[in-house]
Design a protein around this ligand. Sequence first.
Ligand code: GLC
Length: 595
Amino acid sequence: MTDSRNEGVVNEDISWWRHAVMYEVYPRSFADGNGDGDGDLAGLRARLPYLAELGVDGLWIAPWYPSPMADGGYDVSDFLAIHPMFGTLADADALLDEAHAVGLRVIIDMVANHTSDTHPWFDAALRAAPGSPQRARYIIRDGRGEDGELPPNNWISAFGGGAWSRLPAQKERDGQDGQDGQGEHPGQWYLHTFAPEQPDLNWADPEVLEAFDGVLRFWFERGVDGLRIDAAPALAKVAALPDFDYGEDPRFLSNIWLGNPHWDVDAVHDIFRRWRRLADACPGRPIFVAEAVVNGAERLMRYVRPDELHTAFNFPYLQSAWDAGRQRHAIDATLAALAPVGAPSTWVLGSHDEVRPVSRYGRATTSSEHFADGAGEGVDVALGTRRARAAALLMLALPGGAYIYQGDELGLPNVDDLPDEVLQDPVFRRSDGTMRGRDGCRVPMPWSGTAPPFGFSADGVTPWLPQPESWAVLTVQAQDGQEDSTLSVYRKALKLRHEIPALATDAFAWRPSAPGVLDFQRGPVFRCVVNISGEPVELDCDDAADVVLASTDLDGGFLPVDAAVWLLDGGVGGGFRPPRSLERPAQSIAPKERS
Ligand code: GLC
């Protein structure tokens, strides 16, 4: 793999995505260029040098489309434009050019399961008659019960409650009953897997398929390098819309469902095969990454078969407890399931939907569920920070690609004490406040200074979500140049990933290790050791110089608890010495892989 970051332009390698580290930008919270308290594309463009210096290979930008923001932008009212809060299409074009010029790929979000209820299509569906082509674009049905007063089936929404909302009753039109205004059709129901403001599209309707082909082409022609497919398993539904037996726990637990009629239905793969053909015919060979929370690695594997999507986020890994056995199991299950289809894993520790790793790993319960909130359990931030740093070194040493969520490289904790009145996530309202939702991981980035808005906005401006005063020590400025900061650990790890050839291969082998310790090699000379046992472990390497990176200070020849270390050759044998480029400045060319 060439070091795209240092070439000044993105490299031509069509397999770049197999080992790339991408950085998720949640645009409203990244950087505010126009001083209105909301992040925007001007802010992001101004911070591209920061991302290039961080050493990531590209960005995934969460939805930037026009949207009433009923679900943080995942309720799209126009798929071919940019939200005025973020800028214009011209800003997006400039961003793409500038990102590419500093060697960063850009992928954007494709929210294809649903539109906003303000999308012109839904508006047309509302005004059209039952059975019309306008209604056929969505999943709209008569209700059950005498007057259609019951929803068509028992499906539930991912945000709590039922998945159906009722439309107003409709006067029958001329030509239907022959007497305008005489008959009244009882209000039909529309399906929404998420909030009522997000009606599900009907992907069995050819018009929907064709329209989205156009959306994909529109962005590929503008130069985006790929798409992140939102809620990928939701797109297809079993046509008869049968009830589902949710068992004793009627929550949206898609990670344990099998045979569910509205999630991970096999027909979904036909859509992705179509998209793959479309993408492969585009000059830049754009790629796809699926958000697919499904039942285990075997179901996930189906999304990344050679003629489907390129990669899929590894949620079982993200959700695993901070426990050596669980982590190892998640790693092994992934590698075993993906190897037969030749797909790399896509490791991930955080996103705009998840409790931040510092908080997750600093609680008594270190496992997590998709969309869970961080409230309810105390957090030991120092412990969580230590573990999150070790987890980052583990993740970045694994074979495949990885995604870093903005702010995780600063070790930001979740903000679990946001006042009720600022919470915007629909999860909060739909659960009657029993779940606080995901705003705690979406608090704007702290860049500089000693008080909010910490350089996110101009001084004096109040960001859309309040930042904690305690973030003064976590700003980019505060961590910059501090050898032992979380930011420095990330920067060094990302630099080494570009310089150590084995990290751009699929080589991976566990080494014998004590209970609670993860110890593996990537090729003959690179080794990663993570200590999740209750006590320090002795590192069996002969030379302190073998340690190229540690998540915390090493205690002599011992690796402390909740720490990780990267070694070159040490304890592996073979007489390898760190490549000289490791001591040279960033623009050095990666050394050739040793045979
Ligand atoms: C995905 C997004 C999440 C959004 C949901 C509905 O899970 O990551 O933020 O709420 O889809 O679009």
